[in-house]
Design a protein. Sequence first.
Length: 264
Amino acid sequence: MITGPSSGIGLVIAKTLAADGFHVVAAGRSEARVTAVVDEIVSDGGSAEFLHLDLASLESARRAGETFIASRRPLDLLVNNAGIGISQRGKTEDGFEVHFGINHLGHFLLTKLLLDAMSPNARVVQVASSVHFSAKGVPFDRLRRGTSLIGYREYAVSKLANVLFVRELARRWPDLATYAVHPGLVDTPLIPAWSKPFLRGRLLTPSQGADTPLWCATSDEVVGETGFYYAHRTRLDPSEPAQDDRLAAELWERSIEWCELAGH
């Protein structure tokens, strides 16, 4: 399963996995856009299906997870790719700052529900960002406020939450292979148009950005490793807050409460 498969690195990942023989569950908000990807995969000889998922709605994330669980199929790979960049502002349907709600909380709920379907050798790849280094922590008292003028601070917090989530997921489910991945600075709609002239020569193509997430998803080189942060096919140390086990545990417990999930 991959979230956000209709464009950018998500599209590259979905098509590559299908070409490698995976049946791809393409989870996204726009049925028209995602179905077009599914049809392209099928026309190329692959196998895929559409699953409706709006990460700005916890109810939608819950329905998506429950729909897959009801199919009674094993899940070998989950790529949490979808997300929004700094140009977005506002709150989710559930009242959370939009970056935190979509980039972290929606994926948290989906992943937590899908754990019951994970096969013995399953992997979870969470697309994160080096921007998490800009976040000094998770301001729990601000997560239900609106977005600041630019949104960079909130985006950084959501990416820190991605890395912390992978760290805590690995601690609680050590048999599950989990990876937080910085894909690089990729030329996608997540990069605001006004900033692209300043980034000329530094932006990667979607295919280049998909390289490390795909490597973590399929390579034998990372077998036996879990809970770590990667960029350029290399395991790296994340920021100091991202290595804070107490912060990771607190984020997990609060996310459980916000998503109204029972158990751990």
